[in-house]
Structures are given as C-alpha cells and as structure tokens.
Write a protein that binds this ligand. Sequence first.
Ligand code: GTR
Length: 333
Amino acid sequence: MQLKNNLKLKNCLSVAAVASAVALMSSPVQAEQWRGWNIHPPGYPNSEALESFAKEVAQKTDGRVEPKMYHNAVLGDQPDAIEQVRSGGLDFANFNMGPMGPIVPATNVLSLPFIFNSVDDMYRIMDGDIGDRFADALEEKNLIALSWFGSGARSLYNTEHPVETPDDVKGLKFRVMNNDLYVQMIDEMGGNATPMAYSEVYQSLKTGVIDGAENNYPSYESSGHYEVAKYYSLTEHLILPECLCVAKSSWEELSKEDQKAVRKAAENAAKEQRQLWEERVQKSRQIVLDSGVKINKVDSKSAFQEKMQPIYDEFIKQHPGLESLVHDIQAAQ
Ligand code: GTR
C-alpha cells in the first residue's frame, strides 16, 4: 500500500513537472515594465512626445517592453530622478542638460550662457557628431541618450521690474536649476541666485523668498509662475537641449532588434516634441500676455554676453579637457 502510494505521488509530481515545463515554454516572455519620469504636466509638448514614445515602443517590441509615463515629477525632482535612472531604479526619462552638469561635467559646456546662437543651431549641432560626444559622456554615467528634445531659450522673469540691462538684475534674488554655473551666471549679472527644485518655485515667488527665476515661455506659463512674476525680459541666455535617456541597465536587457526599435521611437518622439514646441511657444506667449505680463526686449544682448566672459575663462581653466568641445561648438555656428 505504502509502495503504491509512493508511486502515485511520483507520477503526480512528474505530471506536474511536465505541465509546468509546458506552461513555461508556451507562456510569452515576461514583458519589461518600464517606468518613465517626466517633470512636465500632461499636454506639455514633452509629455505628449513621451506618451507617443511609450506607445510606439510597446507596439514595435510586440509588448516585450511596456513603458508607462509618470508626469509632473511625481517620482521625484530632477536631480533625484537623474540618479534613479543612472542606477536603474527608473528606466527612462526626459532630462534637461542643466541639472545634468554636476553629474556629467561635459554637459556643463551646454550650460555656458549664450553658447548657442539660436535654437536651430542647437538642434543642428546636437544632431551631429558633437551631440554624439555628449551622448558618449552620458553613457559613461549609465545614461543612454537616444534623442534630443528642445527647450527653447530661457529668459529672466521677476516680480519687481523689467530687466533691460545687467544693472537691473542688481539686488534681485533668482531661483536657478541645480548647477553652480547658474549661481555664477546670476552673480556676474549682479544678482543673487539660489538653486531650488522646480516644484518649489511657484510658492517661493508668491511668498517673496525669491524675486524671480528664468525659463522658456512654455514652462513659465505651464508652471503658473507668470501669475506671480509679471516681468518677462528676453535675455535668452540659455538654449538647453534635453535628452530622452534610458537607463543603461534597462537598455542592455534588450535584444539588438528591440534596441533599434526603441531608438527609432525616441527619434520620432524628438521630431514630434520639436514641432509641438514651436506651437506651444506661441500659445504660452499669448496666455501670459493676455494675463497682463509685461514682456520686454533687453537693450543690448551683448551687454549680458560680455558679463559672461569670466564664466568661460574659469570653466576652461578648471576643465582644460573640455576646451575643444567649447571651441568646436562655437566654430560650428
Ligand atoms: C524646464 C525644463 C525642465 C526643468 C525646468 C526647471 O524648462 O524642461 O526639465 O529643467 O525647466 O527650470 O527646473
């Protein structure tokens, strides 16, 4: 009886083993659930493009990768999110190159004020060999930059008065992104700067902790900063590219074929973002004007540019290895 039961048990076990082996063979490969970070609200050009990226990736990999977007920085502020993507805690994100500087020193070249003459120059240069050099530097820090988004030109805005000359910056306290170069930038203009998370700027402007900040039209508008800081002055001191970046660890889990599909989806997303961007700039400009914002041109851009020379000199002194990158960008315009 005992023997018979043992045999029965053995048979049951082997049937179960075969069944689970069959189930394993026939079940589809486990999909990779990818979490994507974004600082902007739904509907913003970058957010729309990221949603398209997520959709195309799921489609083109036949569901082997299933990206999901988390907008509005709900997964953390930008400097934290950069660390999370670097460590593979998050799988992908759209990052501005400004707060990337402290982690990937080469990207600080992009934060040198007035390094690009126009947004078109920035696109052309980032889409070419020079852009690849930045992508290589990012990869060394575990970030795979698949395409470049635009973020227009950033200008100063404040609660007090129009900025027409660098003298008008004196005595004002500005929020800057997390990067010492920007503290120095405002310093050279004669103001004070404090690095602060994007999510804290609205309240800080409202309560007078800061007098101003700097950003492009779409962010100035979508963040609501224009409701409290009514003077927008067209200094256009920074033209920063942004990346669609994937965590190196997530990237390396993909087959060559899926990598190709994901890269293509990122390139398509960049195309969409750049197009939507142009439309949004016009729309945001109109919204802020309608709300009573005073937009002014500065008297002379070169007056601001000249003030930036010490930043270039010091930067090259501290990073002699990056001098050629600075010169190559300048020579390409
Ligand atoms: C926006 C940019 C964000 C973030 C923000 C900021 O223009 O798209 O990634 O850098 O500015 O000022 O923090």
